[in-house]
Design a protein. Structure first.
Length: 491
RNA sequence: GGGCCCGUAGCUCAGUCGGUAGAGCAGGCGGCUCUUAACCGCAAGGUCAGGGGUUCGAAUCCCCUCGGGCCCGCCA
């Protein structure tokens, strides 16, 4: 180990000493442990300086701090349930054992302890230790104990350090897990079947993003990583599965910013015989439930509490065209020619290519004039048809589709529509996209058209970005804060 | 892709006008039986991201490279 620091050298020599004494610094198990929380609860009925007579508890975790006062020492032990003070006394564990432990323990070590629940004289819940066990020697030291790991790059590249130093990070990812489970439960209770479709596909469709491209050696042909779940799940609706949902990774070969990650988790659900208004009602119930759950799990996080209040109050509903015309001061937006829309988009600061399809300009205008203001939960309804090639035309409003997107805190959380089920119209819409600029092309999926020709029932579909959902409900500022190992350049 | 900012000990950070590297934590040694960012004393710890330049002298000024952050653009 030529790159070993003096500090690591010191800790390694402790490992060597343990081995030479016939003790194992990396043992195999530690049985019978309870969460430190159990001991804390037990201590709540003791008075200061009192120990629970004749009781024994075993706890295990990471040593965060060690405060040695001659023949008494205080150690802080962290486990997933929280933290507990260990009380080490020479007169309890014996002078020799005491001196050895005090000399051998370092912050970061994994240890197990057995002893009696006790309250220190200062009233701190503690375990008066009778036996200690080293469960793993930490050669490398943990991050600084008070400030923790501040360097953003290190937090992302070495998430284990972020997790072990920051209870907030641990809690955020536990909440993510629980919200994902809650979402699954919600859709299952609503009669949806969870499925898993393929991540590797011949051609990635269902959106307008650049895919990751790789190769199958077995097939000797190019394969792509999916960018959406849509076309696969709609085939399942054609096949008669009626209500399906999938939670899975999608991949888009684009830049990373605070709300976009090249690898992200998408939920999509398809509901046969329903329309987008049914789906809107379902969405409202889902978010009210999730926000309540997140707020209960994060009582001290102001953003989580705000989100719960906001979603409990229901969504605002606005019309895409009305709102855009109101905020931009431009009327008759649907009657504008592509050239006029391009000029309006340019005036609003967009630099998208001039030969983009008109729907792109409308999206840009909306993003510029409306999106930043959508801080409360808001449904945006009934988009212009040119923005949305996979949605069914509106049953009443000319030039529109039956679609809603929903927003919170100024960013999009999801997107839903009454699905386009007419195979010939779908074919025409794909064709229109094909005529547009190459990089905005929807993939022409001929087999998907063929599936529609067999008859797809009226269906509502929705896509929800799970990472953004967790951001919105936990108050995370960046999508990287809710992805355990976001893609970063290798150093 | 454009603009701005950042990179100093394992970690958290100072470093003035260009004058030859500082503190706290962690670790070592010594002291201490109720601390909780424990405390007190002593000693140790550096490729100042990397490379080049200016200069008698560069952590400091200039250029390039690498990595990161924020904003904008792009990607529904």
């Amino acid at each position: 180990m030529t790159d070993e620091t003096p500090l690591e050298h010191e800790r390694r020599s402790k490992v060597a000493r343990w081995r030479s004494e016939g003790r194992e610094p990396y043992p195999w198990n530690f049985s019978g442990r309870v969460p430190t929380e159990t001991v804390r609860v037990r201590c709540s009925t003791l008075s200061s300086g009192e120990e629970a007579p004749g009781e024994t508890a075993r706890v295990a975790g990471r040593l965060r701090a060690l405060r040695v006062h001659g023949r008494t020492a205080f150690a802080d032990l962290d486990d997933l349930s929280g933290s507990l003070q260990l009380l080490l006394r020479a007169d309890v564990i014996g002078e020799e054992a005491y001196q050895q432990w005090v000399a051998d323990l370092d912050s970061g070590d994994m240890i197990g302890a057995e002893g009696a629940p006790a309250l220190s004289r200062r009233g701190e819940p503690s375990l008066l230790v009778r036996r200690l066990e080293l469960l793993a020697k930490a050669i490398a030291p943990p991050p600084e104990k008070y400030h923790g790991l501040q360097d953003v790059e290190e937090r992302l590249r070495r998430r284990y350090l972020d997790l072990l130093a920051s209870p907030e990070t641990r809690q955020r990812f536990r909440v993510r897990s629980l919200l994902t489970r809650e979402t699954r439960t919600f859709f299952e209770e609503s009669g949806f079947l969870e499925v898993e479709t393929s991540t590797l596909v011949p051609v990635a469709g269902g959106g307008a993003a650049r895919p990751f491209v790789t190769r199958s050696g077995y097939l000797d042909q190019e394969v792509q990583l999916r960018i959406a779940l849509e076309l696969a799940l709609k085939r399942l609706i054609v096949g008669g599965l009626e209500r399906v949902f999938e939670v899975g990774k999608c991949f888009r070969n684009e830049d990373l910013d605070t709300t976009h990650s090249p690898e992200f988790t998408m939920l999509e659900a398809y509901w046969a015989y329903a329309d987008y208004l049914d789906m809107r009602a379902l969405t409202e119930r889902l978010y009210a439930r999730l926000a309540t759950r997140a707020a209960a799990l994060l009582p001290e996080v102001a953003e989580a509490q705000e989100a719960a209040r906001a979603f409990a109050g229901g969504f605002l509903t606005i019309d895409f065209v009305d709102e855009l015309e109101r905020t931009s001061g431009v009327s008759g937006i649907l009657e504008k020619t592509p050239d006029q829309l391009r000029e309006l988009a340019r005036a609003a600061g967009s630099t998208v290519p001039a030969d983009s399809p008109p729907g792109v300009f409308l999206d840009k205008l909306f993003e510029h004039y409306v999106e930043p203001n959508l801080t409360r939960p808001t449904f945006v309804m009934d988009h212009p048809i040119s923005t949305t090639p996979l949605a069914k035309r509106h049953r009443r409003l000319a030039g529109r589709v039956e679609r809603f997107e929903f927003y919170f805190r100024g960013f999009e959380l999801g997107n839903a529509y009454t699905e386009l089920t007419d195979p010939d119209e779908q074919e025409r819409r794909f064709q229109e996209q094909l005529e547009a600029r190459a990089e905005y092309r929807f993939v022409y999926d001929a087999d998907f058209i063929r599936a529609l020709r067999h008859g797809m029932p009226p269906t509502a579909g929705i896509g929800i970005g799970m990472d953004r959902m967790v951001m919105a409900l936990t108050g995370a500022a960046s999508i990287k804060d809710v992805i355990l190992f976001p893609l970063v350049r290798t150093s």
